[in-house]
Design a protein around this ligand. Structure first.
Ligand SMILES: N[C@@H](CCC(=O)N[C@@H](CS)C(=O)NCC(=O)O)C(=O)O
Length: 202
């Protein structure tokens, strides 16, 4: 299997760290793609990822799976231990709920802010829309404040143990630093959670 990976980009890092948490990084060949050099827009790469996005997992039979969470689901099925997506119906529901909330209300909103506001994203986001950036910034900050309250008294986001939702939150906090915003410095419970996940993934 080959995992097309762009280090430091949040979606590829999600699949990479998920596999790392499984202790199975050696099960794939990592192929690095440079987004800033536009390697993901080349015709050969688009055959694997029609929407020109990273990551992609290519199976030994040539099947290409995109979408970071779908790749994580594939790994979860292939390598069941340690379980990161829930062992029973209730856990599966709660973990997916929190993981999706963080992906859609934090990561995606932050990405909209970043893509529309940061000069480095100008070649990829044309035109950049200041109004879209301002709206998304407000929205992500509101969600993060609520998430911090949710984490009060909890070690992990979704279950009483480490799960994919913790990976998604940890990496999204790191991603936020590109706008000089560090939720893990600003919010007490998110900060404690960040330290816990960092230790867990070390
Ligand atoms: N929903 C996709 C999103 C993938 C995505 O947006 N990846 C970014 C890197 S974090 C990318 O490839 N960006 C390329 C671009 O914007 O041109 C997933 O979860 O894999």
């Amino acid at each position: 299997m080959q995992l097309y990976h762009a280090p430091k980009a949040v979606n590829p890092e999600r699949t990479y760290n998920f596999l790392k948490a499984k202790g199975k990084l050696d099960a794939v060949e990592i192929v690095e793609i440079s987004i800033m050099k536009g390697e993901h827009k080349q015709p050969e790469y688009r055959k694997l990822s029609p929407f020109a996005q990273v990551p992609v997992l290519v199976l030994d039979d040539g099947t290409a799976i995109t979408e970071s969470r779908a790749i994580c689901s594939y790994f979860e099925a292939l390598f069941p231990e340690p379980n990161l997506m829930g062992v029973d119906a209730k856990e599966k529901g709660l973990i997916e709920m929190w993981d999706r909330r963080i992906e859609f209300m934090m990561m995606a909103q932050f990405a909209t802010w970043f893509r529309n506001a940061h000069p480095i994203m100008a070649p990829l986001e044309n035109p950049q829309l200041p109004d879209a950036a301002a709206k998304a910034e407000k929205s992500v900050k509101k969600f993060v404040s609520r998430l911090d309250q949710h984490l009060d008294g909890k070690d992990w986001v979704a279950a009483d143990r480490f799960s994919i939702a913790d990976i998604t939150l940890f990496l999204t906090c790191g991603f936020c630093s590109v706008m000089q915003w560090k939720p893990h410095r600003e919010f007490e419970h998110i900060s404690n959670h960040y330290g816990r996940v960092k230790e867990h993934l070390a």
